[in-house]
Design a protein around this ligand. Structure first.
Ligand SMILES: Cc1ncc(C[n+]2csc(CCOP(=O)(O)OP(=O)(O)O)c2C)c(N)n1
Ligand SMILES: [Mg+2]
Length: 684
C-alpha cells in the first residue's frame, strides 16, 4: 500500500489506497475482518455514540491476531496461561466486543452488542475490567493500556521464573493508537520494556496518521520506530490491511528476543467512502447513508447485527483454536508439584500463617517502643512480610534508600533475569504504577512501590485506574509532610493527602508510629478490593502504643488516649501529628481540661464503621483536628464546633522542627485552639 504513505496524507490518497484494497479479491479472512467492521459500525450507529473508525481500521490486524496467533480459549477466558490482549486504544472498544462476540465468548451475545454503551451492558463505552471476564483491563485513558501491558509481561516472566515454563508461558499483545504513543507514560513503559528485554510483548500500533484534531502531523513528527529501536525494541512496519504482511510480522515478533512493535499502517474508518482516512470517523456514528455505502463497498449484504452463518462458524472455530493447548496445560497443572502454590497465588490468596512474622514484629514493637520514622518501621514490616508472602514484589522509582522498600537478601530483577522480587523502576513513577496494575491484573503478584508522597501526582492516573479496577496494589509513599524538612516546598506534600482521599476505593493509610505502620501493612495486604497508599514519615516518631493484641488501625480510627473523666475536647490527628495531640492532652490536663486523642490512620476504613462506633470515637465534645497538610476534607470529622490546625499553603525549606514551629503545627497550638474553642483561659 505504497500510495498511502505519500507525504501529503490527504483524504484523496487514503481513498485511493482504500479503493485499491477493496478491488482485491476478497478472502475468507477479509470477510471475517469485515464482520468485525460491520458490527462496530452497527453498534455505534444504534448507540448514537462511539468510535467506529478505529475498529474499522484495525479489523484486519485484530483478525489475524485472534485467528492465528493469540492463545486463548473462549470457553475459559480466565485460563491462567492465556495470552493477554490489551486494547490500549480503549475508545475502539467495539473492536474488542465484536471479537469476543464472534469468537463465541459467553456473555457477549448479539443483544449485548445491541446494548453497546447502555446502562448495565458489559459492552460499555470503553472496556471496563470486571464487565466481562475476557476484558483484561479498563482502558480509555490513552497510554495506560500499553504501560499496564508491560507489567503483565513482567509478571509473566517473573512467574515463569518461579513456577517454570510448563505452567507459565504466554505472550502479551497490545493494540495501541497514535495517542497511546504520544502520552508520556508509554515512553516510560516502553523504555523499561526495552531495558528488561520483555521479548514476549508485542505491540500492534494503529499507525493511521489520524487523531481527533486531524492529521497527526499537526503534533507528531518523530520517527516512532527509531525511538523504539533506541529503547531496545524490535520494530516492523506493515500494511495494516494486508493479512499476509501482518501475519509475517507477528510470526517474527513471536521469535524475537526483544519486545516488538509493529507499525500497522491503516486507514481509519476503512470502507467508509467519505469518512475513511479522516478524523470524522474517529468518534461519531457514520450516519445512515455513509454506513450503507461502507457496507456496500465491502460487498456486505447481511441485515444489521447479523453475521452470515459460515463466517460466524469460522470465528467460533478461531475461539476454540487453543482449546487443546488449554487441556494439555490443565493436565500439566494437575500433576505439577507446585500446583497448590500456583493456584493460591493466582487466586490472590495469602499463604497460611503469613501474618505470624508480622504479629511477632508487632509484639516486639509493643515491647521495645522504638522511635522510628514510619518509613523505617515499614521496612521492618516488609522484612517480616516479604519472606512470608512469595507473591510480594517490591520496587522504587529510584528512591530505594529513602523509601526503605528493599528487604535484605531479596534480589532485584534485571535485563533477561526475572528471578527476583524487586524492581528498580528508574525515575518513572507513572510507568511504575501502570506496570504494577498490570502485575496485579495478571495475577500471582502483589506489587508494592516506593516514591515520595509528593510524586503521587506523577502516578495518579494509574492509581485511579487501580481503584476503578479493584486491584490490590500498594504504594509506599514516604516523606509525607513538611516533616521531610530541608528539601523544601517542592517536596513537601500539602494537598496530596486530601487529593488521594478524594479517589474512590483508595485506602490512604497514615500511621502514627511503628505499631500502626505494621497494622496498616497488614490491612493493605488484606485489602483485596482495591489499592492502598501508605503515607510514611521521614522523621523519627515516638512509639505511642504498647498494646499489640488487636489491630486497632483496622477500624480506621480509634481512641488512642481517653480523657480522664468527661471529655471536654477530642483531638483528632493522623501520622506524625498524633504525638502532638498526645503532648497537648497532657498540657491540657495540667490546665484542668480533659482531652481525648483519636488516631485516624485511615479515613476510608473509619467511614465504613457503624454510626455508633464513629459517634463514640469522635465524641460529643468540641473537636480539634491536626494534620501537617491542608484542611480540605477535615470538616467531615470536626463537626460544627471544630477547629483545624495544619497547613494553609506551601511549605518551606528548613529543618523539620523549625518548620512545625513556623507553621504553627505544635502541641502548644492545640492547647491555644482548645482554650479558644472552649471559651476559657487555661486555669493556672
Ligand atoms: C489521556 C487521554 N487524553 C485524551 C483522551 C481523549 N481522546 C480519545 S481518543 C484521542 C486521540 C485519538 O487519536 P488516536 O489515538 O490516534 O486514535 P484514532 O483516532 O486513530 O483511533 C483522544 C485525544 C483520552 N482518551 N485519553
Ligand atoms: Mg490515530
Amino acid at each position: 500500500m505504497a500510495s498511502i504513505d505519500s507525504p501529503t496524507n490527504s483524504i484523496n490518497t487514503a481513498l485511493a489506497a482504500q479503493a485499491a484494497i477493496l478491488s482485491l479479491p476478497v478472502t475468507e479472512e477479509r470477510r471475517m475482518a469485515d464482520a468485525v467492521r460491520v458490527l462496530a459500525m452497527d453498534a455505534v450507529e444504534r448507540a448514537k455514540s462511539g468510535h467506529p473508525g478505529m475498529p474499522m481500521g484495525m479489523a484486519d490486524a485484530a483478525t489475524v491476531l485472534f485467528t492465528r496467533f493469540l492463545k486463548y480459549d473462549a470457553a475459559d477466558p480466565r485460563w491462567p496461561d492465556r495470552d493477554r490482549f490489551v486494547l490500549s486504544a480503549g475508545h475502539g472498544s467495539m473492536l474488542l466486543y465484536a471479537l469476543l462476540h464472534l469468537t463465541g465468548h459467553a456473555g457477549m451475545g448479539i443483544d449485548e452488542l445491541k446494548n453497546f454503551r447502555q446502562l448495565h451492558s458489559p459492552a460499555a463505552g470503553h472496556p471496563e475490567y470486571g464487565e466481562h471476564p475476557a476484558i483484561e483491563m479498563t482502558t480509555g485513558p490513552l497510554g495506560q493500556g500499553i504501560s499496564t501491558a508491560v507489567g503483565m509481561a513482567m509478571a509473566e516472566r517473573m512467574l515463569a521464573a518461579r513456577f517454570g515454563k510448563s505452567l507459565v508461558d504466554h505472550r502479551t499483545w497490545v493494540i495501541c493508537s497514535d495517542g497511546d504513543l504520544q502520552e508520556g507514560i508509554s515512553h516510560e513503559a516502553a523504555a523499561l520494556a526495552g531495558h528488561l528485554g520483555l521479548e514476549k510483548l508485542t505491540v500492534l500500533w494503529d499507525d493511521n496518521h489520524i487523531s481527533i484534531d486531524g492529521d497527526t502531523a499537526l503534533s507528531f513528527s518523530e520517527d516512532v520506530l527509531k525511538r523504539f529501536l533506541a529503547y531496545g525494541w524490535a520494530v516492523k512496519r506493515v500494511d495494516g490491511h494486508d493479512h499476509a504482511q501482518l501475519a509475517a510480522a507477528m510470526a517474527v515478533a513471536q521469535r524475537s528476543k526483544k519486545p516488538t512493535i509493529i507499525a500497522c499502517r491503516t486507514i481509519i474508518g476503512f470502507s467508509a467512502p467519505k469518512k475513511a482516512g479522516t478524523a470524522g470517523s474517529h468518534g461519531s456514528p457514520l450516519g445512515g447513508d455513509e454506513l450503507a455505502a461502507a457496507k456496500s463497498a465491502l460487498g456486505w449484504n447481511a441485515e444489521p447485527f447479523t453475521v452470515p452463518d459460515g463466517l460466524k462458524t469460522r470465528w467460533e472455530e478461531a475461539g476454540r483454536r487453543s482449546a487443546g493447548t488449554r487441556r494439555s496445560w490443565l493436565k500439566r497443572l494437575a500433576k505439577h508439584p507446585m500446583r497448590v502454590d500456583f493456584e493460591r497465588a493466582m487466586a490472590g490468596k495469602l499463604p497460611e500463617n503469613w501474618c505470624e512474622p508480622l504479629n511477632a514484629l508487632r509484639a516486639t514493637f509493643a515491647e521495645e517502643k522504638p522511635k522510628l520514622g514510619t518509613r523505617i518501621a515499614s521496612q521492618r514490616a516488609l522484612a517480616a512480610l516479604v519472606p512470608a508472602v512469595p507473591e510480594m514484589v517490591g520496587g522504587s522509582a529510584d528512591l530505594t534508600g529513602s523509601n526503605n522498600t528493599d528487604v535484605k537478601g531479596v534480589p532485584a530483577i534485571g535485563p533477561g533475569n526475572f528471578n527476583g522480587r524487586y524492581v528498580h523502576w528508574g525515575v518513572r513513577e507513572h510507568g511504575m504504577a501502570a506496570a504494577m496494575n498490570g502485575m496485579a491484573l495478571h495475577g500471582g503478584i502483589i506489587p508494592y512501590s516506593g516514591t515520595f508522597l509528593i510524586f503521587a501526582d506523577y502516578l495518579r492516573p494509574a492509581l485511579r485506574l487501580a481503584a476503578l479496577m479493584h486491584q490490590r496494589v500498594i504504594h509506599v509513599l514516604t516523606h509525607d509532610s513538611i516533616g521531610l524538612g530541608e528539601d523544601g516546598p517542592t517536596h513537601q506534600p500539602v494537598e496530596t493527602l486530601a487529593s488521594l482521599r478524594a479517589i474512590p476505593n483508595l485506602a490512604v493509610f497514615r500511621p502514627a508510629d511503628a505499631m500502626e505502620t505494621a497494622e496498616c501493612w497488614e490491612l493493605a495486604l488484606r485489602r483485596t478490593e482495591g489499592p492502598s497508599v501508605l503515607a510514611l514519615s521521614r522523621q523519627a516518631l515516638p512509639a505511642l502504643r504498647d498494646d499489640a493484641a488487636e489491630n486497632r488501625s483496622a477500624r480506621g480510627g480509634y481512641v488512642l488516649a481517653e480523657a480522664e473523666g468527661e471529655r471536654q475536647v477530642t483531638i483528632i490527628a493522623t501520622g506524625s501529628e498524633v504525638q502532638l495531640a498526645i503532648a497537648a492532652r497532657e498540657t491540657l490536663a495540667g490546665h484542668g481540661i480533659q482531652a481525648a486523642v483519636v488516631s485516624l490512620p485511615c479515613w476510608e476504613l473509619f467511614a465504613q464503621q457503624d454510626e455508633a462506633y464513629r459517634a463514640a470515637t469522635l465524641g460529643e465534645a468540641p473537636r480539634i483536628g491536626i494534620e501537617a497538610a491542608i484542611g480540605f476534607g477535615w470538616d467531615r470529622w470536626l463537626g460544627a464546633r471544630g477547629a483545624f490546625i495544619g497547613m494553609k499553603g506551601f511549605g518551606a525549606s528548613a529543618p523539620a522542627e523549625k518548620l512545625f514551629e513556623h507553621f504553627g503545627i505544635t502541641a502548644a497550638a492545640i492547647v491555644v485552639a482548645t482554650t479558644k474553642l472552649l471559651g476559657q483561659e487555661p486555669s493556672k
